[in-house]
Structures are given as C-alpha cells and as structure tokens.
Write a protein that binds this ligand. Structure first.
Ligand SMILES: Cc1ncc(COP(=O)(O)O)c(C=O)c1O
Length: 389
C-alpha cells in the first residue's frame, strides 16, 4: 500500500463521474468561449440586508468571539422554536429539540456516524443529494437506494424495499421539496414513512433544504408537522438556499430529543460548534422580515418559466416545478444523461447537470439550476432554442 492511498472507506466513494465534463468546460473557457453554467445550485443573489447587518453587529461583540457552545445560543434555539411555530405550526422545545448545525451537509454526514454501524443500512432517495449515499459509506455502513420516478410523483415505493434491507435499516433520508427533481411531497408520504419507521425502528431524517423556495402559492410543510413525526424523526433545516446564505454554513437539526442529543454528543467529539455571530445572524434571518424571500422566489419563478418554455420549444417534455431552484427534465431519445450534457455544452456552450450524477435513477434526466442571473439565463435559453431545436 502506498503512503497516500486513501482508506478503504474513502476509496469506496464512487469516483467523480463528471471530471471529463468539467475538463471540457475548462478547455472551452481557455479557448475564449463564453460558457454559461446552469449546473451548480448556489443562489446568485445576496443575503438579505438585515441579516448582514445583524452579523456586523454580532461580530463586533466580543461575546461571540470564544468557542461556541455546541448546544447553541439561546437566541438561536428560541428563534428556531418561534419560526417553527409560526411557519409550520410545529412546537419545538428550545431546550431539547433543536441545536445548530454547520450546514445541512455536515448534519446529514454526522448523523450517519451517530446512528450507523458496519452492517447497518441507510435508505436513501435516488436520485438524491449525494451525502445520503456517501455519508453511510464513509461511516462503514451501506446505502440502499429508493428510486424516485415521475410515474409515482417522485415518492419512494416503500413496499418495494427488500425485507432484509428493512431489517438492517437504521436511517431513512427524505427531502421535499426535492433536489434534484423539484418534486413536492406526495400526499400521505410522510404518514406512510412514519408507520414504516415505527414498525422497523428506523430514524427518519427529513432534509428540509428548500421549504422556503416554492412557487405558484404552494407552501411546503415541515415533516415534523405530521402526527407522530417527532417520535421517529428529525428535520434538518438549512438557511442556505431560502435565505441566500450558502456561504454562512447555518442550519439546525430539530425534532426527536434523543436523536438531537446523540448528534450533539457526536459533535462534541468532532467540531467546536457554529460561530456564535453566525448563530445570531441566523436568528435574525428567521425572526426578521420574510419579504426578501418572496422577492427571490418571484425571480426564480420567472427564470423557471423561461427555462421550461425553452425546453418545451425544443421538444423536451418537462414538468413545471413548484419548489426548489431546479428544473428536472428527461433527455431526448437516443441520449444518456452524460451524452446530452456533452451535446448541450458542445452546441450551446451551456452547462447542465447530468441526472446520473444524483444516483442510478437519475439516468435519462438532466437538471438545470435557476441560480444564474436573469440575463445569463435568457442568453442560455436563446442558445438552447437556436442550437437544439
Ligand atoms: C437537498 C440538499 N440538502 C442539503 C444541501 C446542503 O445544504 P447546506 O448548505 O446547508 O450544507 C443541499 C445543497 O445543495 C441540498 O440540495
């Protein structure tokens, strides 16, 4: 074994499949071609001004400069409890049912270490956010994927899970509004998952990264608003997307007090908590005016309509998403996800994400992110019409 060979766990993580696509993008840019990326989902608009102001004041306060407590400041926990009550009708005990996370990614990853042993299984949406499968592997456990297909409204078929997998399952990851499909939670799914979780002793982790980014009057629920949810599960709420705060690394885990305590215990061994100034800024985001979110959502909705319109014009049969910052669409016949992404790059100099990047059931689809400024989205859409009609 060579000195720099990674551990077996790290080596087990699937290689990054799209290195070739990235290489082609870099080559085009080097050649002076104006490539427009609709790949990554990182909001292009700034964090709301009142949040930036709260951060400025919090940073100036020496009281935030020491090691943070992993349990979180009272202001942070109270702000979350208040927000969950107002927004979702969910009662949260700020003392035992909420603590900060350094982004949802950290939280999901560390939940794997808090709850999975070798031989255990985590049930993960496919396509899905890659940490639902990478996290369990790094924890030495196994990820069993649950296909999400349009025919079933992007709900996992819980009856299709093999009995052996159910027996070994300790975690199930769900995420609605869903990345990458843009689907909203199908009626009755949370209820059915709670039954399954009770029957098989599986902890439900609902990744609520996109509840504040919805359109056409749709209001996304919290998983925790479903009766019985707190007995079997937790929700991870991130401020990244809804509040344009991806760089701030501000999220929380809420729900089942024992699960929250296990996550806290793990974290006291791993990191030293979330910078308290960021906690105070996060509290300001939740407690302050929510109007900036409405304005951002109106912008995303306009971009979404531009993209969906152009895709339909070039013959792509695409549904209009009511949540998230993504449009998920089937590739034209004769293409794989990767070959279509390469074609779009070659012909239109536009980057789209191949669906297979998000799991085996993403093959045959592609994802477009709406987080590119209006004029660039318009330009990209024109190029698609011109080159791919
Ligand atoms: C479903 C989902 N969960 C979590 C994250 C990461 O969130 P955070 O920035 O809070 O780590 C993303 C980011 O793309 C996501 O799409």
């Amino acid at each position: 074994m060579a000195l720099t060979d990674p551990s077996k766990r790290l080596a087990a993580i699937p290689p990054y499949m799209f290195a070739e696509l990235e290489r082609k993008v870099a080559a085009k840019r080097d050649a002076g071609i104006d490539v427009i990326s609709l790949g990554i989902g990182d909001p292009d608009m700034p964090t709301p001004a009142h949040v930036v102001e709260a951060m400025r004041a919090a940073v100036a306060d020496p009281g935030t400069h020491g090691y943070p407590s992993n349990r979180g400041r009272a202001e942070f926990r109270n702000a979350f409890a208040g927000f969950y009550g107002r927004r979702f009708g969910v009662e949260i005990d700020p003392e035992s049912e909420v603590i900060p996370a350094i982004g949802a990614k950290e939280c999901i990853y560390n939940l794997c270490f808090a709850f999975l042993d070798p031989g255990d299984v985590a049930l993960a949406s496919d396509p899905g956010y890659p940490v639902y499968t990478g996290g369990p592997l790094l924890a030495g456990a196994e990820a069993v994927v649950l296909p999400l297909v349009p025919e079933h409204g992007f709900a996992p078929d819980l009856d299709a899970i093999a009995p052996g997998d159910l027996e070994r399952a300790r975690l199930i990851f769900l995420n609605y509004p869903n990345n990458p499909t843009g689907a909203i939670v199908p009626d009755g799914l949370f209820e059915r998952v709670i039954e399954l979780a009770r029957e098989h002793e599986i902890l439900v982790v609902h990744d609520n990264a996109y509840s504040e980014t919805t359109y056409d009057g749709y209001v996304a629920p919290s998983f925790l608003a479903t009766p019985g949810a707190k007995e079997v599960g937790v929700e991870v709420f991130s401020l990244s997307k809804g509040y344009n705060m991806t760089g701030w690394r501000c999220a929380a885990i809420l729900g089942n007090a024992d699960a929250v305590a296990a996550y806290w215990r793990l974290k006291t061994n791993i990191d030293s908590g979330l910078f308290e100034a960021v906690q105070l800024a996060g509290a300001a985001a939740l407690e302050g005016p929510q109007r900036p979110l409405e304005e951002m959502n109106a912008i995303y909705a306009r971009r979404r309509d531009l993209v969906v319109g152009a895709l339909r014009d070039i013959g792509v049969d695409v549904a209009t998403p009511r949540g998230t910052i993504y449009v998920w669409a089937p590739v034209p016949e004769g293409h794989t996800s990767t070959s279509f992404a390469e074609l779009v790059l070659e012909e239109a100099a536009v980057v789209i994400s191949p669906g297979s990047m998000y799991g085996p059931s993403g093959e045959g689809f592609f994802r477009i992110s709406l987080t590119t400024p209006d004029e660039r989205i318009s330009e990209a859409v024109e190029r698609l019409r011109e080159h791919l009609a």
